[in-house]
Design a protein around this ligand. Structure first.
Ligand SMILES: Nc1ncnc2c1ncn2[C@@H]1O[C@H](COP(=O)(O)OP(=O)(O)OP(=O)(O)O)[C@@H](O)[C@H]1O
Ligand SMILES: [Mg+2]
Length: 387
């Protein structure tokens, strides 16, 4: 039995712990608040500030884990390099976790070092620099803090008047201690996908069928699998995914985001861990869901193949209000629908738009994916999360 230190105990972590429990692995779940979803199913849990390097060192020392598995970005990932030197296994690797928490590191690697196709981009550290960067990139363009996720601090500049606002907004939404932003040309894509990619300690890199998704307010609303795309576009995405995962190193699942437009496939960003849009695999669309794949890759069990078993979709259940005691109203309507299922994450408190659960729907491989997605969306709308 391996000991896994899970850094971040959200809904993705919870499914990962369930996968680990099924294979009798021991998990210690860490987060910044008590009763986080993954803590509810882990063997042990602790509350620490994971941006505090000393607090992080202390839990690593205390549990002496076989695997350190980050579930979120907001961690003092610089320390991961030390842990690797001390002989710990960081999943997928210290470099992967460290690079992906900063948009600059990962974008320069992808674009400059590996030559992947990305949106044009510049960096800026002040409103004045942002103005200059916007001149070079052109409008519309997208501004994002270097350290942020879920669309925090992100906005689109359409005219000169937006520049100052975009700068101020980016500073409110930045997580780290850096004020710098990335400015990207707006990609007028036809659709966007997540390509779940699995790297194995021994064995070849595998790809899940592509997942389509729709974003709103910085978070995904629905995802579906498989996304319909041209073979040459899928091959281009796989090629880029293989290159970037190889450069970052290690074993695990990766959620790699691409935009597909008339000019081809653009690499956008990636997470070296299960991806939220990958919750669609909870509809048993594949022989193994993304959490089971991650677990197998982490503990070094072989994965012979990934197969599409049926089509599926997911749609998020969001909270309607602030609550210290959130309740789900209308969930029986979801339960009553055929070829549908749901997960409620067990988050102890809610705020408007907080993701509290997910509906999944599915159908045979000959069914229409947009019909399956519509069903998920309509069912999720029937649920209200209130006190
Ligand atoms: N250059 C761009 N052109 C067009 N749309 C963009 C661009 N950059 C981002 N977007 C849109 O905004 C969404 C969020 O952007 P991105 O993934 O970079 O941010 P994020 O905060 O890391 O999001 P998350 O952590 O939820 O994945 C994208 O999925 C896409 O829909
Ligand atoms: Mg993203």
């Amino acid at each position: 039995m391996a000991t896994i230190l899970l850094l971040g105990a959200g809904e993705l972590g919870k499914e990962f712990v369930i996968a680990a429990q099924r294979l009798s692995q021991k998990v210690i779940a860490i987060d910044s608040y008590e009763n986080a979803p993954a803590m509810q199913v882990a063997h042990e849990w602790e509350v620490i500030n994971m941006l505090d390097g000393d607090a992080l060192d202390a839990v690593v020392k205390k549990y002496n884990p076989d695997y350190i598995v980050p579930e979120i970005e907001a961690i003092r990932t610089e320390r991961f390099y030390e842990y690797e030197k001390q002989g710990y296994t960081v999943v997928p690797s210290a470099k992967a976790a460290n690079y992906t928490m900063n948009r600059k590191a990962i974008r320069d690697l992808a674009s400059k070092e590996l030559g992947l196709k990305t949106a044009h981009y510049r960096y800026a550290t002040s409103a004045t620099e942002l103005k200059k960067a916007v001149e070079e990139i052109g409008m519309p363009c997208v501004v994002k803090p270097l350290m942020s996720s879920s669309g925090k601090g992100q906005s689109t500049i359409k005219s000169q008047a937006d520049i100052e606002k975009a700068w101020n907004y980016s500073q409110e939404g930045s997580r780290g201690d850096v004020a710098e932003v990335i400015v990207e040309s707006f990609v007028n894509f036809n659709y966007e996908i997540t390509l779940l990619t699995v790297t194995q300690r021994e064995g070849e890199t595998l790809f899940c069928p592509p997942i389509g998704h729709r974003q709103e307010r910085g978070d995904y609303q629905e995802s579906w699998q498989p996304a319909t795309m041209k073979t040459n576009h899928l091959e281009a995405a796989k090629d880029m995914a293989a290159k970037v995962t190889e450069a970052l190193g290690g074993a695990g699942i990766w959620g790699i985001e691409f935009f597909v437009g008339n000019e081809g496939v653009y690499f956008s960003e990636l997470s070296p861990r299960p991806h939220d849009t990958g919750m669609v695999t909870l509809a048993n669309t594949q022989n193994f869901n993304e959490f089971e794949l991650h677990l197998r890759a982490v503990i070094g069990l072989p994965i012979p193949e990934i197969t599409l078993e049926r089509k599926g979709a997911s749609a998020v259940i969001l909270a309607n209000d602030f609550s210290e005691n959130p309740n789900f109203y209308g969930i029986e309507k979801v339960a009553a629908a055929p070829k549908s299922d749901f997960r409620l994450f067990g988050k102890p408190t809610s705020r408007p738009y907080r993701r509290m659960g997910v509906v999944v729907t599915y159908g045979n491989l000959d069914k229409d994916i947009s019909e399956i997605t519509e069903r998920a969306k309509n069912l999720a709308c029937k649920v209200k999360v209130l006190s």
